[in-house]
Write a protein of this length. Sequence first.
Length: 296
Amino acid sequence: MTNQISVTQQEGHIQVAFTAMASPCYLLIEGDDVTQHQKLIKHTIKEVERLEQKLSRYVLDSVCTKINLSNGNPVEIDTETYNLFKYAQELYDVSDGLFDITSGALSQVWTFDEDLVTPTQEAIDRVLPYVGWTKMTVTPEAITLPTGMEIDFGAMGKEYAVSCIAKVGRELAPKHSILINIGGDMEISQKRSDGLKWTVDIERHAQEPLRVKFDRGAMATTGDLHRFVMIDGERYSHILNPKTGWPIKQSVSTVTVTAQTCIQAGSIATLALLKGDDTESFLEKQTGIKYVVNHY
């Protein structure tokens, strides 16, 4: 949940800083009148907290946690949650099963923290039977997850939240451009009225940040800058192959994608990394996007 909120006046915009979804978050609002944007700031924080309460597996009474602890019993869901599952299924289908939100059980053997010990094949084999989208039943009314399985919205939750907040920005500040940034995933509500572009820095492996200017759409970055594992002297991403239970060996460090919405940009970036050595060829085939690939 959010911690203390900091509101400061920057050059040409207002910055609202807070922490949510285990990430640093920023709301940049065009202009210099903080007073007129109090409603926007309040509703932004409320929306982030609402979505974290619904999607986080680390919140004890979240919808995600209730599903994971359901012991095979149906859990009632609302339309928003059903639509997220439908979108997750689309990603599962288009990735031939590599994008699978039921891979949450793999976190039992892969922690990607400083104490990580590479699990044995035996340990992975014990968990794999609890992974698999087709083992779950999804209807507009309820989710039925077999006992022992876990879902994880980590590959789409932040991006979805960013897109939701951009919608809030368009509704509550129709004459001002809002840039939403949750853990490096960003979306702009609309173009700035002064004709300028927002400037952001993209973190890169062993290089200075890449400075990018954009005035519409969204941008998402995924990769192994902070979460990875070394196996036999080779670097592997935190992104796991749900079919094998092992990390996918990356040919690139990070992928940054710009698209119309943040959830679209984040999904394409994740799908690209799931392709391993075919990351760049996959990105080249996508339409309506731009991308930056950072190599080691």
